[in-house]
Design a protein around this ligand. Structure first.
Ligand code: G1P
Length: 293
């Protein structure tokens, strides 16, 4: 019988240094885009893709994430009493959205180590990984697109999209061999190649379907780029023993992992919200006119 993907890992143990001091006492995953914390967008994508169980890899100072996906009895009673039923629905939605489990990464040793920390939860099944710095809006949820390819191939599928030449050093980059529609066979996966050395402009975008054999390589705990245990290095080793494909997914990807991307995402999402868009546009028009004079 074909195995289908039911579990997902969301690493959320990063220090959020790009947003200090905001993230001194608050997880970066709780920073809101309009009215929802970024991590909820990721959880919603996983659930919309058919994932049933999610494990969030947390670390020191990340308690607010657990509270967010938990019941909030007093708040709920208060909203109920005041007849604020639309808000009550929003508050309850985030506590009922999925089976969410937590594990703590004891040391910040990198993405590969965070995924490895969740190995006991995965057992011998293919699974998904979603990174919180990338939010994707798409007609078919990004992860679902990768799951569809996995169901056809039974192989690991890594989500990629084109980036500008001068951005390749910020990402894992693939060296493609052949292309079949949006699906690529890959010779090499390289983590953050030095400027000017990238084998392509196809960058890994924080969505992965991986077979459990990845843990054989994560077990080695090999240190890579930036002195961290890199998931990309383990993926390349996996690629040497079984097929690992890259899939150029359809959809718009928002980088909420740095300040400019975060502000741009906030603006675009606010403009998509009918209750905010016209006032925000008018405000932006005024701002731009004032900047020009
Ligand atoms: C991580 C991965 C990298 C990927 C990127 C996508 O890097 O290691 O391969 O391209 O996420 O956002 P990070 O941004 O955590 O340094």
């Amino acid at each position: 019988m074909k195995k289908t993907v039911k579990k997902a890992i969301i690493p959320a143990a990063g220090l959020g240094t790009r947003f200090l001091p905001a993230t001194k006492a608050m997880p970066k995953e709780m920073l809101p885009i309009v009215d929802k914390p970024t991590i909820q967008y990721i959880v919603e994508e996983a659930v919309a893709s058919g994932i049933e169980d999610i494990i969030i890899v947390t670390g020191k100072g990340k308690r607010a994430i657990e509270d967010h996906f938990d019941n909030a009895f007093e708040l709920e009673q208060n909203l109920l009493k005041r007849g604020k039923l639309d808000l009550l629905e929003k508050v309850q939605f985030s506590s009922n959205i999925a089976n969410i489990h937590y594990i703590r990464q004891k040391e910040p040793k990198g993405l590969g180590h965070a995924v490895w920390s969740a190995r006991k939860f995965i057992e011998d099944e293919p699974f998904a990984v979603l990174l919180g710095d990338d939010i994707v809006q798409a007609d078919t949820p990004c992860l679902r697109q990768l799951m569809n390819e996995h169901e056809k191939t039974q192989a690991s599928i890594i989500g990629v999209q084109q980036v500008h030449e001068d951005e390749t050093e910020r990402y894992g980059i693939i060296d493609p061999i052949t292309q079949n529609g949006r699906l690529y066979q890959v010779r090499n996966f390289v983590e953050k190649p030095e400027s000017g050395t990238a084998p392509s402009r196809l960058a890994i975008m924080g969505r992965y379907i991986l077979t459990p054999q990845i843990f054989m390589f994560l077990d080695e705990q090999q240190i890579g780029t930036g002195g961290e245990i890199q998931l990309t290095d383990a993926i390349q080793k996996l690629n040497e023993i079984q097929r690992v494909f890259a899939y150029d997914f359809d959809g718009k990807r928002y980088d909420v992992g740095d300040q400019l991307g975060f502000i741009q995402t906030t603006l675009e999402f606010a403009l998509q919200d009918e209750s905010l868009s016209s006032s925000l546009l008018a405000f932006m028009d005024r701002l731009i006119v004032n900047k020009r004079v």
